[in-house]
Design a protein around this ligand. Structure first.
Ligand SMILES: *Cc1c(COP(=O)(O)O)cnc(C)c1O
Length: 402
């Protein structure tokens, strides 16, 4: 058979009919939070570039200098011959930034998670995973072969009940996002640390959306709650607030040595390009010396969330203080999410529209990610536009409804 089978055509037709088929588009990043999409200049509120570093010329400079010296590809797995001085420098830089004993790089955050979890638990072991954990953690759990116990989102009672099962012998591990990537809410990390202590389990926390954003030094949610020393392994990405590419994990030297030997996604995958590591090193310097970026982001976030909340939009939380720079606006059906997303584009804003299967049916939403790269007036204009279009969509829904 050399052409695509009928079943794929049928499945695509089903996706199209239910407004769930995804098309591809091309985007050109521009400075100051702008982007160009299909020939139109838009303010980009759909990226994870929270600190505006992805287009920072200082990162580009660092990368260019490293390219001139090392070329582009690193040509081998880090274990074989792909680990350059830039990889070593970045691992040291991250360990210092995170106040951790040791750090290990991965090709991406996704690769970190699918490599790390199977290195820690196997068939016969038990992993306890939040219902809304990122797909890469879910995949890592599945790949490990351990029994996976999914607890209801942030439900500590449920987690405690699962942990209390006497039949759960073998190694045990709790894994959670710190800041949930779609809902933008924070995990109850303090309670999770307590349960991990009480039941003597390993604890892995994924700070992908919190690194650079939360905590006095920008290390993440664990820092802001003073819990870093109680978490065995913290995972994060260089691809969001850091503005580069790649994943990393920090912990004590022993667990990092173990992952170096056993995490298949870094053993069997080519090391990050040295230039990316050089750019990331510069990003950590900037984060430390320019705290105003984080402060500005939080000012935007407080102002934006409060305005949407006061206007009665459904942000999925009971108080504005529960959200940070990721702001979801729930809209029930995928059509409304797409329609509002299009109207916002006409007003000059790009926001994420998230539909099933990324979120459960009936919870399609806008996902607005703020960045310190924007101007305050843009954030204000976006808030006004969102309130206007979402209200209109809700009225239309009621009129068209059953
Ligand atoms: C984005 C994300 C990842 C994946 O990181 P990449 O570097 O983009 O592969 C992993 N975990 C969480 C929680 C994320 O939000």
């Amino acid at each position: 058979m050399n052409s695509s089978p009928q079943w794929i055509r049928e499945q695509i037709a089903v996706l199209q009919q239910s407004h769930l088929f995804r098309t591809r588009q091309q985007l050109t990043p521009k400075p100051d939070g702008w982007c160009e999409l299909e020939g139109r200049l838009l303010k980009n509120f759909a990226s994870n570039d929270y600190l505006g570093l992805a287009t920072d010329p200082r990162l580009a400079d660092a990368a260019q200098r490293a390219v001139a010296e090392f070329g582009v590809g690193s040509a081998a797995s880090p274990l074989v011959s792909g680990r350059t001085c830039w990889h070593a420098r970045l691992e040291d830089r991250i360990a210092r930034f995170e106040g951790a004993e040791a750090c290990l790089l991965f090709p991406s955050g996704y690769a970190a998670n699918v490599g790390i979890l199977p290195a820690l638990v196997q068939a016969g072991d038990h992993v306890y995973s939040d219902q809304w954990n990122h797909a890469s953690l879910i995949d890592g759990c599945r790949l490990s072969g351990a029994d996976v116990h999914v607890y209801r989102h942030s439900d500590m009672q449920h987690l405690a009940t699962l942990l209390d099962q006497a039949s759960h012998t073998g190694r045990r591990l709790i894994v959670t996002d710190s800041l949930f990537s779609v809902d933008g809410d924070a995990a109850p990390l303090e309670d999770i640390c307590r349960l991990s202590d009480d039941f003597d389990t390993m604890l892995v926390v994924d700070e992908a959306h919190a690194t650079g954003v939360y905590g006095a030094h920008g290390r993440g949610l664990a820092e802001s709650l003073h819990l870093e020393s109680r978490i065995m392994l913290r995972i994060a990405t260089l691809s969001k607030a850091i503005g580069a590419q790649g994943g990393f994990a920090v912990g004590d030297q022993t667990v990092i040595d173990w992952l170096w030997n056993r995490a298949r996604s870094q053993v069997f995958s080519t090391a990050l390009p040295p230039a990316v590591c050089a750019a990331a090193c510069t990003a950590f310097d900037i984060i430390e010396t320019e705290p105003f970026r984080k402060e500005r982001l939080w000012d935007f976030s407080r102002q934006f969330v409060e305005q949407l909340f006061a206007a009665g939009l459904n942000l999925g939380v009971s108080a504005p203080s529960a959200l940070g720079p990721i702001v979801p606006v729930l809209l029930d059906d995928p059509q409304s999410a797409l329609r509002v997303g299009r109207l916002l584009q006409e007003d000059g804003f790009l926001v994420g529209t998230i539909r099933p299967p990324s979120v459960p049916p009936g919870t399609s939403r806008l996902r607005i990610a703020l960045s310190c790269a924007h101007a305050e007036a843009d954030v204000q204009r976006l808030a006004d536009s969102v309130v206007e279009h979402v209200r209109r969509a809700e009225t239309t829904e009621r009129r068209d409804g059953p």
